[in-house]
Design a protein around this ligand. Structure first.
Ligand code: MEV
Length: 315
């Protein structure tokens, strides 16, 4: 029998990068993410639908090879290995579909990792708690990326809007409502691992940069109050401040500054979400229709999203 899991993507409303250095952050699961189906089969096989790959054809061998999605499959492979170690062998076919392109910066890697683990456990008839799935999902990200905080995998696992606290790592659900907002996907210049390493190098070299991390921590604390009060004006202003602070860390480029500048009259505010250098930009719209029309004209992929109140689970 077919079992299906939806694992939400995640945006960082506040605090990325600083969270790596012990500051709090606020993350939200969104209603766009990854779907994973699992049916029993005679052997373990993974099929993807709509995940962009190039194909290389070797006519003499009558063989086709996919390329360009190696990173994506590294998460799939690692999650399957950890699942197999934990829940034993499983002969099943997994089908993966994603609303969002992989490596866009909307935590699709965390969604794939957590989603595969959940689907595997479900199909193997095993019971698994959220805490264990979040931990295993983080292990997948660490193995593949070499560096990653547990934020994304926790947000995929628990859903909703979460305050992320570190030392020790824990999550606190913020029971708040947010109106739908936009995410724009800009081509990324660098992987999360590379960008996180660059920020670390800057902090090692320039002591003043550590004050930027401190300031981001303060923004997160203030933003929690704005979110709880449902104050979109305040939310937007603090997103702008957070974005400039991330710019000081070298992860916000001119494309983002131009985009936010152009949309300024029609949004409360916005910022990059995640590691930066392109990737996801969040926009909190004042006039959604205008924002949508401008984004369409610019030609970047964009999505209107809502907070997804639940974590990865059966659908
Ligand atoms: C990446 O989504 C968010 C960063 O803070 C890195 C991390 O927390 O692992 C940039």
């Amino acid at each position: 029998m077919k079992k299906s899991i939806f694992a939400p993507g995640v945006v960082k409303l506040f605090g990325e990068h600083a969270v790596v250095y012990g500051k709090p952050a606020i993350a939200a699961a969104i209603d766009k993410g990854v779907y994973i189906d699992c049916v029993s089969s005679d052997k373990l096989v993974v099929e993807t639908v709509g995940i962009t790959t190039g194909l290389r054809f070797f006519p003499l061998d009558r063989r086709v090879e996919a390329f360009g999605a190696e990173k994506f499959f590294a998460y799939v492979e690692t999650a399957l290995r950890l699942a197999q170690e934990r829940w034993g062998d499983l002969a099943a076919k997994f089908t993966i579909r994603s609303d969002l392109p992989p490596s866009a910066g909307a935590a699709t890697s965390a969604a794939v990792s957590v989603g595969i683990l959940k689907a595997y456990a479900l199909c193997a008839g095993a019971d698994v708690g959220d805490e264990e799935v979040a931990k295993l999902g983080h292990k997948v990200e660490l193995e593949v990326q070499g560096i990653a905080s547990p934020m994304d995998t926790a947000a995929v696992t628990y859903g909703g809007v979460l305050k992320i606290l570190t030392n020790p790592f824990r999550v606190e659900p913020l029971k708040i409502q947010l109106p739908p907002f936009y995410i724009v996907l800009l081509p990324r210049l660098g992987t999360t691992g590379e960008i996180v390493k660059d920020v670390r190098a800057l902090l090692g070299k320039r002591k003043s940069a550590t004050w930027v991390i401190e300031a981001i921590g303060k923004v997160v604390e203030e933003a929690e109050g704005c979110l709880r009060a449902g104050d979109l004006e305040c939310l937007g202003e603090l997103m702008d401040i957070n974005n400039w602070l991330l710019g000081a860390l070298g992860v916000v480029d001119g494309r983002v500054v131009d985009l936010l500048g152009m949309l300024k009259p029609f949004i409360y505010g916005g910022k990059i979400s995640g590691a930066g250098r392109g990737g996801v930009v969040i926009l909190i719209p004042k006039e959604g229709d205008v924002v949508s029309r401008i984004l369409k004209g610019l030609g970047y992929p964009y999505y209107k999203v809502s907070v997804y109140p639940k974590g990865a689970g059966e659908v």
